[in-house]
Design a protein around this ligand. Structure first.
Ligand SMILES: NC(=O)c1ccc[n+]([C@@H]2O[C@H](COP(=O)([O-])OP(=O)(O)OC[C@H]3O[C@@H](n4cnc5c(N)ncnc54)[C@H](O)[C@@H]3O)[C@@H](O)[C@H]2O)c1
Length: 259
């Protein structure tokens, strides 16, 4: 098992890629703190892990609350006896527009793509140091590597995530804490339905979200969207000791979209 004896946290773990990661990490031997604001989703993920003989506990709350974003670290370290990794996966699409931008939606996007990630990281660093090192992983996006005409605010935030990751990787290297980002392309999750429903520059009018998801897949060089499990596989590598000399990477997992 590739995470035998490790203890970690996955945020936004009740759905999509976070759920796939939590399940996969537990199968590889990790004890997992499953964090999300969806109680039923958290219960289902924890239940599936424990039913399969794994170790997990649920942490239900809103990561826009700084106290909760901090508490997930201490509660997991206390429950399992330390902390080896955190996958800061939570994020938010934010407003599509720039002219007439909804600043309340902007604040939510910055809160969930950047603020909560900083708060959780600040709490996690001493715990990782206490273990002699560890791994911090962040979910950016291909929109954190190249500009997005449809989601400029999202792109602003995800470029911020990549900048934070590269900076922290240098800062924490002496502590043997590795810091990396995953940059997913279009992945078949509920959040992709938000992105594809945004008005595109060709003026497509359909609101059939499944048709729009399929169309987005066809635009990808591989002719399809990605699966949450394909992101979980990349996350597993970056968290595991197999990536022992990998830090400061922003890894596209996007079917060659940004190539
Ligand atoms: N799906 C994509 O195509 C795609 C592509 C690139 C990057 N991303 C990034 O992946 C991450 C999540 O995406 P996904 O597609 O796996 O999502 P998803 O839609 O499957 O799940 C999102 C989860 O986040 C939880 N959540 C939302 N707000 C929360 C809050 N305030 N506190 C706690 N939990 C909260 C939801 O309850 C839900 O379980 C985000 O960082 C997103 O920016 C997604």
């Amino acid at each position: 098992m590739r995470l035998e004896g490790k203890i970690g946290i996955v945020t936004a773990a009740a759905s999509g890629m976070g759920r796939a990661g939590a399940l996969r990490f537990a199968r590889e031997g990790a004890a997992v703190g499953v964090v999300d604001l969806d109680p039923a989703g958290v219960e289902a993920v924890v239940g599936e892990i424990t039913a399969n003989g794994g170790r997990a506990h649920g942490l239900v709350g809103d990561l826009r609350d700084d106290d909760f974003a901090r508490a997930i670290v201490h509660r997991t370290a206390t429950a399992f006896g330390g902390l080896d990794f955190v996958w800061n996966h939570v994020g938010h699409p934010g407003p599509a527009s720039v002219e007439g931008v909804d600043m309340a939606d902007f604040d939510i996007a910055i809160g969930l793509n950047l603020r909560t990630v900083l708060v959780t990281t600040a709490a996690a660093i001493p715990e990782l140091r206490a273990r002699g090192g560890g791994a911090l992983l962040y979910t950016a996006s291909t929109s954190g590597l190249v500009g997005s005409a449809f989601s400029p605010v999202y792109s602003m935030a995800k470029f911020g995530v990549v900048g934070f990751v590269r900076s922290l990787a240098k800062r924490l290297a002496p502590d043997r804490i590795r810091v990396n980002a995953i940059c997913p392309g279009p992945i078949d999750t509920p959040m992709l339905r938000v992105f594809v429903a945004r008005p595109d520059q060709q003026g497509t009018q359909t609101q059939d979200k499944e048709a729009l998801v399929a169309a987005r897949g066809r635009q990808n060089p591989m002719g399809r969207t990605g699966k949450p499990e394909e992101i979980a596989n990349a996350a597993l590598f970056l968290i595991s000791d197999e990536a022992s000399f990998v830090s400061g990477a922003a890894l596209p997992v996007d079917g060659a979209a940004t190539a």
